[in-house]
Design a protein around this ligand. Sequence first.
Ligand code: GLY
Ligand code: MN
Ligand code: MN
Length: 463
Amino acid sequence: MFSSTTYQRRREILKKEVSHGGILLLGHIESPINFEHNTYPFRQDSSFLYYVGIQVPRLAVLFDVDENRDILFGDEHDLDDVIWMGRQETLQDKCLKAGLQEVRPFNQLGAYIQNMLRGNRKVHYLPPYQSYSEILLQEVLGIPRAAISPSATLIRAVVKQRSVKEDQEIEQIEKAVQVSVDMHRLAMQIAKPGMKEFEIVNAIQKLAADQSCSLAYPPIVTVHGEVLHNHYRQHTLQSGDMVLNDSGAETAMGYAADLTRTFPVDRTFTVQQREVYQVVLKAFADARCMLQPGAQFKEVHLQAARSLVTGLIELGLMHGDPEEAVQNHAHTLFFQCGLGHMMGLDVHDMEDLGEQYVGYTEDEPKDTETFGLKSLRLGKALQSGYVITVEPGIYIIPELIDRWQAEKKHSAFINYATLAQYRNFGGIRIEDNFLITPRGNRVLGPELMITVDEIEAYRSSFC
Ligand code: GLY
Ligand code: MN
Ligand code: MN
């Protein structure tokens, strides 16, 4: 945990911002896999973690803004718990570390909330994303599911606060990136023809665990990098393939990293792979140059798209004016997703609170319709203290090409005949994590091989 003053300070800021009523944050419970006592690894809700820091199941916290009291609702271990799980730090002690003085039994939460509601006081809560939280909200608020109405005031306040990382949070994120860099180096060391994708996943997972980390999300380690969130891991690596490794560690305190590298199964890329890789790397570099306070991330995304199109024109896969091609969204045949997202306690930070709140503003709302832009999670102006990812890619998806080609879609920009030679190309993504600094940006963590020469030299020293 951070110091108790950290949590107290964060709560004070939040209460000031919300200004009235009460703020209810629900912690997670242990979720059963196949029966009640066989559970998934426990992961606390990230906003609960941010304001309270206690990683124990079945807690709720109420910040009573009107009365300036912070009350934790939860139960101490009983003798049964001690028999089965051993003696553990008391909830009271954990609360002291979180700067919380008042602890009440969990079953008193409903009565407290009902009392607030009877006094016509507002209870602010965040959007529930687990059934348990949804059911608990219905119970304590005494409302049906359809009446659950998260507080926009609270969402905005939490987003504002969690978006700008404290130095101690950046330290945590850098630790996650550091472990992730080691995971990626290891993957590039051990990959060889005949190996299964899951063998790499197992190895990087062990490395993370050896550093007391878990994984921030299910790793994407695949020879089919064109499948954006590919979790199938049974393919055998073959000479001539590329491996796309998108994996990141999560520290014990819950902070994430999110890195991607694409490398050849052989010592070197093929000529075709190298050429496309250079295009993605140029887009990555062009995007990176733009990262500074005030830069609209949507513009950075569009610049990366223009850069990709320029490179694809040089390769003969597209033609025409890059600006025009991007305005018409023709690049989305190759780059179907967004350039990046916020990162912190969640790999897609605060995505549970809604992308419109996290990545956009009321003046410039998210485009939820247009192919490509609807997957851009971050569009608004960057601020010093934001931690974000930059992750351009080129993904050759045969099914998408077939559809577009049949419709002659964007044939003013796309050379379908040349594209046929790339049909089984796969996909390339390059992803790093950046802190926005007062004057620009800083890549987080130690350097990880990124150029063709660096990757080939590293691969060659192990193959
Ligand atoms: N790891 C998923 C992503 O890059 O957003
Ligand atoms: Mn990623
Ligand atoms: Mn990412």
